[in-house]
Design a protein around this ligand. Structure first.
Ligand SMILES: [Zn+2]
Ligand SMILES: [Zn+2]
Length: 603
């Protein structure tokens, strides 16, 4: 090794001396010419500057090349002066030596391709361009040098064959004796080959090591320059996220490595990578920016570690509020199933509904007509995917009535803070005289369940909403509130606010409703609520919410009966209205869905 270093040092000293001599000579030339020119022309123009650069840089380089050529010619002439046998031995030894150099270099790099330097704080490796590349370079050239000097490993080598032959053991003395004749020429060729391999290979590896180091230095600077740019783009693109479990708001979820399951809390562009980072398990690269596909990884809430369904998708959240038996779950079941059938004919768009078990239940409720029990507060995510990219997440929060009626529960609906809209369900059967009217009409054996007192529920909801959102008394909210009058399929409700009744009233005098059928729907519903004695509900809602509209709806479309599938009426309209008011990207989709359902499926 010391001999090799001495040899390289000698070559370098020679090169340096020649180069410096050439450069100083050129400088003297330039100086003399410059001095002459300065006296006549004090300023250099572009052509002169160009000529000067050409003289100082390129002509010097050509001087070095000329010197190298000269050295090569000397070596070549020495080679030609050798006797033919020596010449042939040198020529034959040169090729396996060259092969040995190349293969040592390639094997050295290949053996160290998976060496990465681990970050001390994150479960990630440093980027190749920042630190790991330097480690790989050092180790690969160290290994390449060892291979270069090791004569034993290569099969395409006289030295390697001589080593194998020298160590060959056989019981037959005759065979060993015969083989010893082959060993001597192999040993001589192998010795010359190793001289070539070590001397030329050391220069070769040194040159590429320096080149590799230089390239890494350049890419390191580029990486450092790109980190803030990538972070800014990532910040612009990523969306605010809301946890469906603990209702926390955040920007960056935790992401899970698909290979080892490690949870990464800071998967951002940085020293571990600008676009992709290598996990500490050293098996996979993970996208670390929103524009390189980070959202495709499984994600968790940074606060409660609950599963998130669409990292980086834009959330559009709607809280569904109502008393017990108001039909909240039935409404969500009808909406999700209709929405699924609406999307079927859309090209490039698919929807994924999460969590699976909740939606399996809803599917069951919708098709079997079974009564849906409200046992827990739930968040249903309808994830929209364009070209497999999760773009929008419509989240429906099914709020348990007891969480509204009492504020002593720990799981208070904190999502009120970030909801884009509210669906407030009113059950007309919660009003006693409507119940009586129904009993008088169809007898005692009605299968409809009655909801809690609507007045109390609305008052409690407003109180909860104000508390959670931090509104003081008298402050109004502009959040869109769609008030749903459910169970419009019941005859006594249908003859007041049914679709046909609204259409007839509107057609009789469109001007009274500003020539807008939706206004007619809204106004007739309001009048109906006042008529059945829920004027206080109306007043309370309008005292705090400025953006309110009323809708007649029936989630089941008929008297609940097991085995009879839902035939929903008007369930998409309230969500479409909220989406339009909230300027959501899915507003157009919902509106076209309403038209699709009204024209082709139900009516
Ligand atoms: Zn991993
Ligand atoms: Zn959470």
């Amino acid at each position: 090794m010391k001999k090799n270093i001495g040899f390289i040092a000698l070559i370098f000293c020679l090169l340096l001396m020649v180069t410096s001599n050439q450069i100083s000579y050129a400088q003297t030339e330039v100086k003399t010419e410059d001095e002459a020119s300065v006296s006549s022309k004090p300023e250099l123009n572009y052509t002169e500057m160009n000529a000067l650069i050409d003289k100082v840089v390129f002509q010097k380089l050509s001087g070095v090349i000329k010197f190298l050529k000269k050295c090569l010619l000397i070596v070549w002439s020495l080679f030609l002066k050798c006797p033919p046998l020596v010449r042939n031995i040198i020529a034959i030894s040169f090729f396996p030596a060259y092969f040995g150099i190349i293969s040592s270099h390639v094997i050295g790099i290949y053996q160290n391709r998976n060496r990465w330097e681990r970050h001390p704080y994150y479960d990630l490796m440093y980027s190749y361009f920042v630190k790991s590349g330097t480690l790989q370079r050092k180790e690969s050239y160290k290994d390449a040098h060892s291979l270069l000097r090791d004569h034993k490993w290569s099969w395409v080598s006289f030295a390697g064959l001589a080593h194998r032959l020298g160590n060959y053991d056989n019981k037959s003395i005759m065979l060993i004796f015969a083989m010893s004749f082959g060993y001597i020429p192999l040993f001589i060729l192998g010795f010359i080959e190793m001289v070539f391999r070590i001397s030329l290979g050391t220069v070769w590896l040194l040159f590429f090591n320096l080149l590799h180091g230089l390239l890494l230095l350049i890419t390191k600077f580029i990486s450092f320059a790109l980190i803030p740019v990538a972070n800014i783009i990532d910040k612009i693109i990523r969306k605010t996220q809301y946890c469906p479990h603990c209702y926390e708001t955040f920007y960056l979820p935790k992401f899970i490595c698909p290979s080892c399951g490690k949870i990464h809390e800071q998967l951002l562009p940085g020293r571990c990578g600008v676009l992709f980072v290598r996990c500490a398990c050293n098996k996979v690269f993970l996208p670390c920016a929103s524009f390189t596909g980070r959202s495709f990884l499984d994600s968790r809430c940074p606060s409660c570690s609950g599963e998130l369904y669409a990292a980086n998708a834009k959330h559009f959240s709607v809280a569904v509020i109502g008393g017990n038996n108001a039909g909240k779950t039935a409404f969500i079941a009808a909406l999700s199933n209709l929405y699924k059938s609406m999307i079927k004919h859309k090209r490039f768009l698919t929807i994924e509904i999460k969590p699976d078990n909740y939606f399996n239940e809803l599917h069951d409720v919708y098709h079997s007509g079974k009564n849906a029990a409200d046992n827990e507060s739930r968040a249903y995510s309808i994830i929209h995917e364009y070209w497999k990219m999760k773009t929008d997440n419509l989240v429906l929060y099914d709020t348990l009535a007891k969480y509204i009626i009492s504020d002593s529960y720990p799981r208070s609906p904190k999502y009120f803070r970030f909801c884009n809209g509210i669906i407030l369900m009113i059950d007309p059967l919660s009003v006693q005289h409507v119940q009586k009217e129904l009993k008088d009409e169809i007898g005692m054996e009605t299968r409809y369940d009655f909801s809690d007192d609507t007045n109390q529920m609305v008052v409690q909801f407003i109180h909860q909403y104000n508390t959670i959102c931090g509104f003081s008394t008298g402050v109004m909210s502009s959040i869109p509130v769609a008030v749903i009058i459910n169970k419009v399929d019941i005859e006594i409700v249908k003859r007041e606010i049914g679709g046909d009744v609204i259409k007839t009233l509107y057609n009789e005098n469109p001007a009274a409703y500003n020539n807008n059928e939706n206004n007619a729907k809204d106004q007739i519903c309001r009048e109906y609520l006042a008529k059945i004695g829920l004027i206080n509900v109306l007043n309370n809602i309008e005292a705090i919410f400025t953006n309110v509209s009323f809708f007649p709806v029936s989630a089941a479309g008929h008297v609940p009966k097991e085995g009879k599938a839902f035939a929903p009426i008007g369930v998409v309209e309230p969500v479409a209205w909220i989406a339009k008011k909230g300027r959501s990207r899915i507003a157009g989709l919902l509106s076209s869905g309403v038209k699709y359902i009204n024209n082709e499926v139900i009516l």
